[in-house]
Ligand binder design. Structure first.
Ligand code: DX5
Ligand code: ZN
Length: 219
């Protein structure tokens, strides 16, 4: 399977969201990455359902929603109704992770778990088969445009081993500071999905940057 590039809507121009959606629709990106922050789990507030509604209306690709919120169980149904196809909750925000993942799947979505940079891969030893996706945070969540944490390569390789050992079909997603400099190394370590915010939207030609990321990741 080729590596999927998922531009992060957090870095889009919200005054021109429809235009940016059209750019992503035309691009080689596979998914939209949608960062929802509550100002409690992370020190930032991003957006919620009004923006989800715009995305649902204009996006022609998978909506991959990353919930950086406490007690995410409260909103599983709402995100399913809002068009999320992949719904990722944080390991650190779920007391009953198995229950949360089961609920997400029950609502017809792929169930993802995100790990903060300090959370070891081994935390997933007993739940990996129930994860459709694991999102490895390569920055501390909360903001776009932060520097990539190099330890991520090791974590991705360790996660890949855990998935293979369990005969699981879990996808590996890497989120934070992804660029043309690290995309190839991450793909070789085992990443299936690469999120890119700043690397895409801070360039003069986002369409060409997505193509370049896609090419590097798959080389
Ligand atoms: C960070 C978010 C990321 C962010 C990535 O908390 O989860 O998805 O948008 O942005 P860049 O690629 O700029 O690090
Ligand atoms: Zn994210």
């Amino acid at each position: 399977m080729s590596v999927i590039i998922a531009p992060s809507v957090l870095s889009a121009d919200f005054g021109n969201l429809q235009r940016d959606c059209e750019m992503i629709n035309q691009s080689e990106a596979g998914w939209y990455h949608v960062d929802v922050m509550d100002g409690v789990f992370v020190p930032n507030i991003s957006f919620g359902f009004p923006v989800m509604n715009v995305l649902k209306k204009h996006a022609t690709k998978t909506l991959d929603v990353h919930l950086m919120i406490v007690d995410p169980d409260r909103y599983i149904q709402r995100f399913s109704e809002a068009g999320a196809e992949v719904l990722t909750v944080h390991y650190e925000a779920c007391t009953h992770l198995h229950r949360s993942l089961t609920e997400i799947r029950k609502h017809g979505m792929k169930a993802g778990v995100a790990l903060n940079p300090h959370t070891p891969i081994s935390s997933l030893n007993d739940i990996i088969s129930d994860c459709d996706l694991v999102l490895v945070m390569s920055v501390s969540p909360g903001f776009g445009g932060q520097a990539f944490i190099e330890n991520t390569y090791r974590k991705v390789a360790e996660l890949k081993e855990l998935i293979l050992k369990n005969n699981a079909k879990t996808l590996i997603e890497v989120d934070g500071g992804v660029s043309e400099q690290n995309a190839r190394g991450l793909a070789h370590a085992g990443a299936d999905v690469l999120v890119a915010g700043n690397a895409v939207f801070a360039t003069p030609n986002p369409l060409a940057t997505i193509a370049a990321l896609q090419k590097t990741a798959n080389s």
